[in-house]
Every structure is written in C-alpha cells, then in structure tokens.
Ligand binder design. Structure first.
Ligand code: 9WO
Length: 256
C-alpha cells in the first residue's frame, strides 16, 4: 500500500513510521509512506499557504492553489490513489472503514490546518472525508496517523499467523480479554488459576467468556450488529446474558 500525506507538518506525520506495526510494514515493503507539503509549492517571498476567509471571521484558510499543487504532486507519486480529507465532517472511522481504505490501490491523506481549507478543493479533488471522532483537532495530521497505524496492521503479511487467522466476524467484534504476565502474585492479586492450568481449551473458553462479559459491560452497543450466536449464549454468564439479550432485542426493534 502506497500512502502519501499532504501536510504542512511532514516531520509530525513521518513519526508514525518510526515505531510499531507501521515501521514493520515499511521495513517489509508492505507500506510506502511519503509526505508532500503545500509549502513546497508556495512561490512568494514568505512561502504563503494561507489567506483570510471571504465573508470574514477569525483565522486563516489554506489556499486552494498551493494545496491543489501538493495534491497533484501526491497523485503523481501514488497512481490510482483514493483521496481522503481528514475532517470532523467526515464519516466516522471504524474497522470496516479501515478495511475499505486498506483495500484501495493507494491513498492520499489530505490534512487541513488553520480554520480549514478552501471548499473548492473539497468539491474538485476530495473523494471522501474521514473523521476519527467528534472533536476538533489542530489539524488533520493526528487523524492521518491514526488511519495509517490502523491500516498497517491490516496489510497482508504484516502481522504473523496469530492475527491473520480468519476469525468469525462475531469474535472480531468483541473487546479483548484481560491479560496477565509474571509474577503469579502481585500486590496480593493472583493471576486467574485457569491461565496457569495448561488446559488450552479451558483457557480459550475463559477468554471468550471474558470478552463477552466485558463487551456487555463496556460496549453493549457492539451486540447490536451481530446478536448472540449459540456458543456465545452458552458462555455468557447469566448476569450478562439477560443484559445482552435485552440489548439485542432493542437493536432488532431499532432496525425495524
Ligand atoms: C473548527 C470548528 C469550530 C467550531 C465548530 C466546528 C468546527 N470545525 C472546525 C474544523 O473543522 N477545524 C479544522 C481543524 C480545520 C482544518 C483542520 N482541522 C481539523 C481536522 N480538526 N480536526 C480534524 C479532524 C480530522 C479527523 N477527525 C477528527 C478531527
């Protein structure tokens, strides 16, 4: 996957590639990450990339011309790119959106700064707007870095077998289970006995049960999507089974 980020802060965005899964993806050749700054295309003495808004109001906007030249340069670097603007006006990023973006032939992630960008850029050059959440940031860069990190772990061959094993979609929609490492007792708290039993079937069952009850407690909305399969019903403790079934019914009702 070839990703080019259009940003006034390439050193900030480049930091996503120096550690973790994105770094591994780059080292393996599964991910190519580059940046283009509108500043490179500013021609006047001050390398101006911003100007005041028509209609008045506070702050400055990114100029259409330098931004469009930067996007054109990114297009030359990433043929067939899907052009995404990081923006609170966009559709919310979730796992399905990450998967869809990871499946694109290439991506250009456009990051706004100041109070925003000239709307004619959005109308003419942006394929899609994506938001990482309902808050305003200083610019789109942190959003682009989130997108890049989330995509990197979905690229083929980047994570080992453990992650790439096809899990059924119900399991992937659950939250994670608790984890423990040594020592067995720390500040009077023991690692659950089952995890030290060596019984891998019992361990798998405990972990799935923890995922179900944890999801019911913290994110009951995740059950809206899939409801409960028979195995989940059997494993979900009685305390949470009632809650989850109620939630599932509510989800069905809201769909009708
Ligand atoms: C500012 C603002 C003020 C009051 C009401 C709504 C508002 N929206 C904005 C706004 O979008 N400012 C942008 C800041 C201008 C361009 C770059 N900025 C940006 C991108 N902030 N937050 C994002 C972003 C990107 C992806 N996901 C969440 C937020």
């Amino acid at each position: 996957m070839n990703i080019c980020v259009v940003t006034l802060f390439p050193e900030l965005v480049g930091a996503v590639g120096i550690s973790g899964i994105p770094r591994v993806a780059i080292e393996q050749g599964a991910l190519a990450l580059s940046c283009v700054s509108p500043r490179e295309f500013a021609t006047n003495r001050h390398r101006t990339v911003d100007d005041r808004p028509f209609g008045g109001g506070p702050g400055m906007l990114m100029i259409a011309e330098t931004l469009s030249l930067a996007i054109a340069s990114a297009r030359a670097a990433v043929p067939d790119a899907h052009v995404v603007l990081m923006s609170p006006q966009g559709a919310r990023l979730n796992r399905a959106k990450v998967q869809a973006l990871a499946a694109m032939p290439g991506l250009i992630l456009v990051c706004g700064r100041y109070e925003g960008i000239d709307q004619r850029i959005v109308d003419a050059l942006i394929d899609e707007q994506v938001s990482i959440g309902d808050y305003v940031l200083s610019g789109g860069e942190l959003g682009a870095m989130v997108v890049i990190d989330a995509i990197a772990r979905r690229l083929p061959g980047v994570l080992g077998d453990a992650q790439s094993v096809v899990q059924d979609s119900f399991e992937t929609d659950l939250l994670d289970h608790p984890h423990y490492t040594r020592p067995e007792r720390w500040q009077g708290a023991d690692v659950p006995l089952v995890l030290r039993s060596g019984n891998h079937r019992a361990i798998d069952e405990w972990r799935l049960q923890q995922r179900l009850s944890g999801t019911a407690r913290a994110r009951p909305d995740l059950f809206y999507e899939h409801g409960l399969d028979d195995r989940a019903r059997a494993l979900l403790t009685a305390e949470w089974q009632h809650a989850a079934e109620t939630i599932e019914k509510l989800g069905r009702l809201s769909d009708e």
